[in-house]
Ligand binder design. Structure first.
Ligand code: ADP
Length: 425
């Protein structure tokens, strides 16, 4: 029977879950990320689990139900503290889901106080006097005011959170945070006396988050972006150590599957091709008929190259050519067909013996993880900020896999990633 969990986390989307897991590993925790709520108890001994949901923009009641299921599973693993993770731009609608999920978790945990802060200074997200800044501008001037699903038109998080909650929302101001844990705890006691149940927390630097950490010791529920995580492992006597990110030794063949069309990924594809390694371009217009034939063709091609090093299979294209494809196939159909084909290719590559795989693209990663029937990812060393190597079991055997969302990673990511796994070839 593994030891009880120190920290049980519920994330409202997939890449956000990885971001949190990555921060926890870097601060000294051994972490597993699960895809949805697991059906079985944990098999590995870890310090924290991040349950990745897709609950950011679904109906509030569904988000509440799924989050409570995740909570129940985490409690079953003995989790000492619960962390509800959302986006660092506080992505939500007037109805939620951050507020309703927070209140439902508070009720289930029978707690009368929690914090809420998306602050993540390393990524330019800072909160001051309750206002969220994205880089140098307020949230509602950052472009997020135009988000198709969760337009953020108010940067004042006390107001935003209050609109989503029945509980009284207050502010733990920077003046208090700057004074450290004792002052923070005193202010929390004051806020509670005023009837505040949820406090937005100011934080403009990692130092603020490190001062906040000790004040959160023993608080049953925390709600935050991934930033708060950097100050938590110390509460459990853990300090940063490379041991936290140790994965089983890597072996097997190497491949990159890329469906992201972001600027960074376009540069990464160009860089990989410039090294002279083999690359196969998937043209979405060839997928209209029997895409299974194309998958077979790609796999036959890959079989001829894999023995000599990593291969790249990509649909990555410039914005102009993506637009041309979308106007012929439709935006959704184009996306879906490419995801299906790349996911089938990822599975086929693993069947061919690939055990080290880079996947580029958030949606593409979701499709590949599903096709590989991956339920859990053990989080390993960081390749670039926000992108760690992971280890996972599939029905075809275990793999090392990294899931790179669009704009992450340096230009040489597709080649350098493998060197992190095989330092002693
Ligand atoms: P990112 O993380 O960069 O947003 P995603 O994988 O989340 O990447 O999204 C990219 C989307 O674009 C996916 O739905 C993918 O299937 C689709 N796509 C990939 N290549 C093309 C292409 N050449 N033309 C049109 N759509 C594409």
């Amino acid at each position: 029977m593994p030891k009880p969990l120190l920290l049980g986390c519920i994330a409202d989307d997939f890449t956000g879950a990885t971001d949190l897991a990555n921060n926890l590993v870097r601060a000294g925790m051994r972490v597993v990320q699960t895809i949805g709520v697991p059906n079985a108890p944990l098999s590995a001994e870890v310090d924290a689990v991040v349950v990745a949901l897709k609950s950011r923009t679904i109906a509030p009641q569904d988000a509440v139900d799924q989050s409570l299921q995740a909570l129940q599973w985490l409690q079953g693993q003995g989790a000492e503290q619960i962390y509800f993770k959302y986006c660092s731009t506080f992505d939500s609608t007037a109805q939620g889901n951050i507020g309703p999920v927070t209140e439902a978790l508070m009720q289930a945990l029978q707690t009368d106080f929690t914090i809420a802060t998306p602050a993540f200074p390393d990524n330019g997200r800072t909160v001051f006097k309750g206002y969220l800044f994205v880089g140098d501008v307020l949230l509602n001037e950052s472009g997020m005011q135009h988000h198709p699903l969760t337009p953020m038109v108010d940067a004042n998080l006390v107001r935003v959170m209050q609109a989503q909650c029945k509980s009284k929302v207050g502010l733990l101001s920077h003046k208090t945070i700057a004074q450290g844990a004792t002052a923070i705890q005193e202010d929390i006691a004051n806020l509670k006396q005023q009837g505040v149940r949820i406090a937005i927390v100011d934080a403009v630097s990692n130092d603020d988050l490190m001062r906040l950490g000790p004040a959160l010791k023993g608080m049953p529920l925390l709600t935050a972006g991934s930033g708060v995580a950097i100050g938590l492992p110390q509460n459990f006597g853990l300090t940063p150590t490379p041991q936290a990110s140790v994965l089983p030794k890597a072996s097997g063949l190497q491949a990159v599957v890329s469906g992201s069309c972001s600027q960074a990924t376009n540069r990464q594809v160009a860089h990989f091709k410039a090294t002279g390694r083999p690359a196969f371009l998937i043209d979405p217009l060839n997928l209209k008929g029997s895409w299974q034939d194309l998958v077979k063709e790609v796999l036959a091609w890959a079989q001829g190259h894999l023995a000599s090093g990593p291969v790249l299979v990509y649909s990555t294209a410039t914005p102009e050519s993506v637009q041309a494809v979308q106007s012929q196939l439709g935006v959704e159909a184009a996306g879906h067909q490419v995801e299906q084909a790349l996911a089938a290719i990822a599975r086929g590559l693993v069947e061919l013996g690939v055990q080290q795989m880079v996947v580029a693209g958030g949606e593409t990663s979701g499709a590949c993880v599903q096709a590989l029937a991956i339920e859990q990812l053990q989080i390993g060393p960081q390749i670039d900020p926000g992108v760690p190597w992971c280890h996972a079991h599939t029905p075809m055997g275990s793999v090392h896999i990294t899931l790179k969302s669009g704009n992450f990673g340096t230009d040489d990511f597709f080649t350098k990633a493998f060197s992190f796994l095989s330092p002693h070839p």
